[in-house]
Write a protein that binds this ligand. Structure first.
Ligand code: NAP
Ligand code: ZN
Ligand code: ZN
Length: 379
């Protein structure tokens, strides 16, 4: 006999009904991904099911599959920059219908009752459920991400995808886009004429340049890679480019920036960045290096400067971000890959060899019959 629990179908043993799903998973800290069969719940009353078309590869996917934070959460099906088409809707679903283009980012659940949830800041909910399990959220549930064929998600955690936005190049906005848009708004670093520094020209950083230019800001890229200068300025529209290891360049830019968004994925000194800020400037850290860095306090006091952090953003803001991006034609620069190139792409991402986001063409290249369930990646 079937019944419902929180709008989800369960059987007489109280177990959720499930359906088959297929994707690629890392099974140990080698991070090597290979085909993986698993189950997802069947579509509940508040859920939508989507056929996944594209999924971006965030640097966090690399860090979690290689267990850089020592959490050992295997098997991991990564992927939280997901774009697909709705194939099923539950009877309570109001915002989506079958055939809609839809995006899912880093979250698939939260308590919906705490102070953060009530302020529509679900990313700060203590019971946040990440799209694929990235930390021990205390629920005992295991979540599998977007390197897979289908996804079932409560409609609250999906966004409408702008009609004019390409599905592939728009996918990275579901994590990279909201991760930089939310702090720019919250910390007031979104005003025309302000000078913003963007540290790290990777997946997050290049999108930050595009949003900042759309806000009418002056943008300086601060990078470890001198070879990115031409592109930063000519292609992405940055105004200035500083090589972070060139102390003369940094010295000349001291006290010039209203804010800096730091997207660096590896540890780097914070002191020189604080020096680049004008008095009362704000350094916002969104990059998540595996090791902590030293924070010099005296320069903060002397300039009444602020160092803050930010993690993705709430669902309302994610919809606002992607609508803004649609209106201003902001997308990511991407390299589309097939599923069997995944492990090579991960190695290249680890070396910083991508401009600027890998996006997996899931719909055309994730093939259950091309690989047996135990077959390793061909790359
Ligand atoms: P990415 O595409 O690999 O880009 C990271 C960039 O960091 C690189 O392109 C590089 O830019 C710079 N970098 C690398 N090593 C560095 C070093 N030693 N010192 C200074 N800069 C360095 O990564 P991503 O996807 O943009 O993600 C960036 C970071 O944000 C990751 O740690 C990721 O886990 C984190 N993240 C956080 C959130 C959040 O909610 N806060 C969300 C998504 C991702 P240059 O070549 O220009 O130096
Ligand atoms: Zn991400
Ligand atoms: Zn909550």
């Amino acid at each position: 006999m079937n019944s419902l629990f929180l709008g989800r179908p369960i059987n007489s043993q109280g177990e959720e009904h499930t359906q088959k799903a297929f994707g690629w998973a890392a099974k140990d800290n080698s991070g090597v991904l290979s085909p993986f069969h698993f189950t997802r719940r069947t579509n509940g009353d508040d859920d939508i099911t989507l056929k996944i078309y594209y999924c971006g590869i965030c640097h966090a996917d690399l860090q979690i599959t290689r267990d850089k934070f020592g959490l050992g959460l295997y098997p991991v099906v990564p992927g939280h920059e997901i774009v697909g088409i709705v194939t099923q809707v539950g009877c309570n679903v109001e915002r989506f219908k079958i055939g809609d283009k839809v995006g899912v980012g880093c979250m698939v659940g939260s308590c919906r009752a705490c102070e953060s949830c009530q302020q529509e800041l679900e990313s700060y909910c203590p019971k946040l459920e990440s799209t694929y399990t990235m930390f021990d959220d205390g629920t005992g549930k295991k979540h599998y991400g977007g390197y897979s064929d289908i996804l079932v998600v409560n409609e609250h955690f999906a966004v409408r995808f702008p009609e004019n936005m390409p599905l592939d190049a728009g996918a990275p906005l579901l994590c990279a886009g909201i991760t930089i848009y939310s702090p720019m708004k919250y910390y007031g670093l979104d005003k025309s004429g302000m000078h913003l520094g963007v540290l790290g020209l990777g997946g997050l950083g290049h999108v930050a340049v595009r949003f900042a230019k759309a806000f009418g800001m002056k943008v300086t890229v601060i990078s470890t890679s001198p070879n990115k200068k031409m592109e930063a300025i000519e292609r992405l529209g940055a105004d200035l480019f500083l090589v972070s290891k060139e102390s003369d360049q940094l010295k000349a830019a001291v006290n010039t920036m209203d804010g800096i968004i730091d997207t660096g994925s590896a540890p780097h000194p914070i002191g020189p960045l604080i020096d680049l800020l004008k008095p009362q400037g704000k350094l916002v850290v969104v990059g998540a290096p595996e090791k902590s860095v030293e924070l010099p306090l005296f320069p903060l006091l002397m300039g009444r400067k602020l160092v803050g952090g930010s993690a993705i953003g709430g669902m309302k803001e994610t919809q606002e971000m992607i609508d803004f991006a649609g209106k201003h034609n902001i997308v990511a620069d991407i390299e589309i890959i097939s599923m069997d190139y995944l492990n090579t792409a991960m190695d290249r991402l680890a070396r910083g060899d991508v401009k600027y986001r890998f996006v997996i063409d899931i719909a055309n290249t994730l093939c259950e019959h091309c690989y047996g369930p135990t077959t390793k990646s061909k790359s």
